[in-house]
Design a protein around this ligand. Structure first.
Ligand SMILES: [Zn+2]
Ligand SMILES: [Zn+2]
Length: 189
Protein backbone atom coordinates (compact mmCIF):
# COMPACT_ATOMS: atom_id res chain seq x y z
CA UNK A 1 0.00 0.00 0.00
CA UNK A 2 1.36 3.40 -0.95
CA UNK A 3 1.74 5.66 2.07
CA UNK A 4 1.98 9.35 1.20
CA UNK A 5 2.86 10.32 4.76
CA UNK A 6 5.74 7.91 4.77
CA UNK A 7 7.03 9.13 1.37
CA UNK A 8 6.81 12.77 2.52
CA UNK A 9 8.77 11.89 5.64
CA UNK A 10 11.39 9.99 3.63
CA UNK A 11 11.79 12.93 1.25
CA UNK A 12 12.54 15.25 4.16
CA UNK A 13 14.80 13.00 6.24
CA UNK A 14 16.37 10.29 4.09
CA UNK A 15 19.13 10.05 1.54
CA UNK A 16 18.96 6.59 0.06
CA UNK A 17 21.61 4.90 -2.03
CA UNK A 18 22.56 1.37 -2.96
CA UNK A 19 24.67 0.58 0.09
CA UNK A 20 24.14 3.55 2.36
CA UNK A 21 21.04 4.91 4.04
CA UNK A 22 21.36 8.30 5.72
CA UNK A 23 18.70 9.60 8.08
CA UNK A 24 18.94 13.12 9.49
CA UNK A 25 16.79 15.68 11.21
CA UNK A 26 15.13 18.25 8.96
CA UNK A 27 15.21 22.02 9.50
CA UNK A 28 11.51 22.29 10.29
CA UNK A 29 11.37 22.71 14.05
CA UNK A 30 7.72 21.74 14.18
CA UNK A 31 8.91 18.35 12.90
CA UNK A 32 12.37 17.74 14.33
CA UNK A 33 14.07 19.10 17.44
CA UNK A 34 17.02 21.46 16.91
CA UNK A 35 20.42 19.86 16.36
CA UNK A 36 22.43 19.27 19.52
CA UNK A 37 25.73 18.97 17.65
CA UNK A 38 27.57 21.21 15.17
CA UNK A 39 26.83 18.79 12.35
CA UNK A 40 25.27 21.51 10.15
CA UNK A 41 28.49 23.53 10.34
CA UNK A 42 30.34 20.52 8.94
CA UNK A 43 27.66 19.20 6.57
CA UNK A 44 25.75 22.20 5.19
CA UNK A 45 23.85 19.85 2.91
CA UNK A 46 22.77 17.77 5.96
CA UNK A 47 24.01 14.53 4.38
CA UNK A 48 27.47 13.08 3.84
CA UNK A 49 28.35 14.07 0.25
CA UNK A 50 28.65 11.43 -2.50
CA UNK A 51 32.11 9.95 -2.99
CA UNK A 52 33.79 11.70 -5.93
CA UNK A 53 37.37 10.75 -6.83
CA UNK A 54 39.84 13.44 -7.93
CA UNK A 55 43.12 13.33 -9.78
CA UNK A 56 45.93 15.80 -10.22
CA UNK A 57 46.35 17.04 -13.81
CA UNK A 58 48.26 19.87 -15.49
CA UNK A 59 45.11 21.95 -15.05
CA UNK A 60 44.73 21.20 -11.38
CA UNK A 61 42.43 18.76 -9.65
CA UNK A 62 39.84 17.10 -11.88
CA UNK A 63 37.10 14.55 -11.22
CA UNK A 64 37.25 11.77 -13.85
CA UNK A 65 34.03 10.72 -15.58
CA UNK A 66 32.50 7.62 -13.94
CA UNK A 67 33.19 5.41 -16.99
CA UNK A 68 36.84 6.49 -17.21
CA UNK A 69 39.62 4.56 -15.55
CA UNK A 70 40.09 5.64 -11.97
CA UNK A 71 43.84 4.90 -12.00
CA UNK A 72 45.63 7.93 -10.53
CA UNK A 73 42.37 9.08 -8.94
CA UNK A 74 41.78 9.08 -5.21
CA UNK A 75 38.76 9.21 -2.98
CA UNK A 76 39.70 11.67 -0.27
CA UNK A 77 38.72 11.59 3.36
CA UNK A 78 35.30 12.96 4.25
CA UNK A 79 36.81 16.36 5.04
CA UNK A 80 38.78 16.60 1.80
CA UNK A 81 35.63 15.59 -0.11
CA UNK A 82 33.71 18.39 1.57
CA UNK A 83 36.52 20.85 0.78
CA UNK A 84 36.64 19.67 -2.86
CA UNK A 85 32.88 19.42 -3.36
CA UNK A 86 32.96 21.91 -6.25
CA UNK A 87 35.15 19.54 -8.29
CA UNK A 88 32.69 17.38 -10.22
CA UNK A 89 32.82 15.39 -13.46
CA UNK A 90 31.37 16.93 -16.65
CA UNK A 91 28.41 14.56 -16.52
CA UNK A 92 27.29 16.14 -13.23
CA UNK A 93 25.60 18.82 -15.37
CA UNK A 94 23.16 16.26 -16.71
CA UNK A 95 21.70 15.64 -13.25
CA UNK A 96 19.45 17.97 -11.26
CA UNK A 97 20.75 16.34 -8.08
CA UNK A 98 24.11 14.61 -8.06
CA UNK A 99 23.28 10.89 -7.58
CA UNK A 100 25.08 9.40 -4.60
CA UNK A 101 25.91 6.20 -6.51
CA UNK A 102 27.40 7.86 -9.61
CA UNK A 103 30.76 6.13 -9.08
CA UNK A 104 29.38 2.85 -7.73
CA UNK A 105 31.13 0.32 -10.05
CA UNK A 106 28.14 -2.01 -10.41
CA UNK A 107 25.81 0.89 -11.30
CA UNK A 108 27.78 2.75 -13.97
CA UNK A 109 25.30 3.77 -16.68
CA UNK A 110 22.32 2.28 -14.81
CA UNK A 111 21.21 5.21 -12.68
CA UNK A 112 18.72 6.95 -14.97
CA UNK A 113 15.71 4.64 -14.31
CA UNK A 114 16.19 5.25 -10.59
CA UNK A 115 15.99 9.06 -10.85
CA UNK A 116 12.74 10.95 -10.33
CA UNK A 117 11.94 12.73 -13.62
CA UNK A 118 10.29 15.60 -11.72
CA UNK A 119 12.69 16.56 -8.93
CA UNK A 120 15.80 14.62 -9.90
CA UNK A 121 16.09 12.71 -6.63
CA UNK A 122 17.99 9.41 -6.90
CA UNK A 123 16.68 6.17 -5.36
CA UNK A 124 18.25 2.77 -4.67
CA UNK A 125 15.63 1.03 -6.83
CA UNK A 126 13.03 1.78 -9.50
CA UNK A 127 10.34 0.69 -7.08
CA UNK A 128 11.42 3.25 -4.49
CA UNK A 129 11.45 5.90 -7.23
CA UNK A 130 7.94 4.98 -8.44
CA UNK A 131 6.63 5.14 -4.90
CA UNK A 132 8.17 8.59 -4.43
CA UNK A 133 7.01 9.90 -7.82
CA UNK A 134 3.38 9.57 -6.71
CA UNK A 135 4.06 12.48 -4.34
CA UNK A 136 4.32 14.82 -7.32
CA UNK A 137 0.89 13.83 -8.61
CA UNK A 138 -0.59 14.02 -5.10
CA UNK A 139 -1.30 17.74 -5.56
CA UNK A 140 -3.97 16.88 -8.15
CA UNK A 141 -5.88 14.73 -5.68
CA UNK A 142 -5.94 17.59 -3.17
CA UNK A 143 -7.38 19.87 -5.83
CA UNK A 144 -10.13 17.38 -6.61
CA UNK A 145 -11.06 16.92 -2.96
CA UNK A 146 -11.42 20.70 -2.57
CA UNK A 147 -14.28 20.62 -5.05
CA UNK A 148 -16.45 18.43 -2.83
CA UNK A 149 -19.86 19.98 -2.16
CA UNK A 150 -20.34 22.01 0.98
CA UNK A 151 -23.03 19.64 2.35
CA UNK A 152 -20.82 16.56 2.04
CA UNK A 153 -18.13 18.31 4.00
CA UNK A 154 -19.30 17.59 7.56
CA UNK A 155 -19.41 13.82 7.22
CA UNK A 156 -16.19 13.75 5.19
CA UNK A 157 -14.29 15.99 7.58
CA UNK A 158 -15.25 13.93 10.60
CA UNK A 159 -14.08 10.69 9.00
CA UNK A 160 -10.93 12.34 7.64
CA UNK A 161 -10.11 13.77 11.05
CA UNK A 162 -10.36 10.32 12.55
CA UNK A 163 -7.88 9.02 9.95
CA UNK A 164 -5.54 11.94 10.40
CA UNK A 165 -5.45 11.98 14.17
CA UNK A 166 -1.66 12.26 13.81
CA UNK A 167 -0.54 15.61 12.36
CA UNK A 168 0.98 15.48 8.88
CA UNK A 169 4.38 16.74 10.03
CA UNK A 170 4.87 14.08 12.67
CA UNK A 171 6.62 10.74 12.22
CA UNK A 172 5.08 8.34 9.72
CA UNK A 173 2.94 5.48 10.95
CA UNK A 174 4.85 2.31 10.21
CA UNK A 175 2.43 -0.61 10.17
CA UNK A 176 5.03 -3.21 9.30
CA UNK A 177 8.68 -2.44 9.97
CA UNK A 178 9.70 -5.33 7.73
CA UNK A 179 7.75 -3.98 4.78
CA UNK A 180 8.83 -0.36 5.36
CA UNK A 181 12.50 -1.22 5.64
CA UNK A 182 12.76 -3.71 2.78
CA UNK A 183 10.59 -2.16 0.10
CA UNK A 184 13.15 0.22 -1.50
CA UNK A 185 15.57 -2.56 -2.39
CA UNK A 186 13.13 -5.00 -3.93
CA UNK A 187 12.33 -4.52 -7.58
CA UNK A 188 8.74 -4.84 -8.78
CA UNK A 189 8.07 -7.87 -10.96
ZN1 LIG B 1 11.90 16.47 10.51
ZN1 LIG C 1 10.63 13.59 -7.19
Amino acid sequence: MWDELSETWKEKHLLQSQYFLQITKCDDQSCCRPYRSSIRAILPGRFIPPPVPVKQTRHGLVAPEPDETLIDSHYGSLFSRIALSAILPQCAKTFKIFPFDLYCPSLIGKLQPRICPVCGMYFPSQKAKSSHTKLHTGAKFVEVSKRIDEEDLDTITSSVQKDLAIPVDSLPIIHSVQEWATVPWIEEN
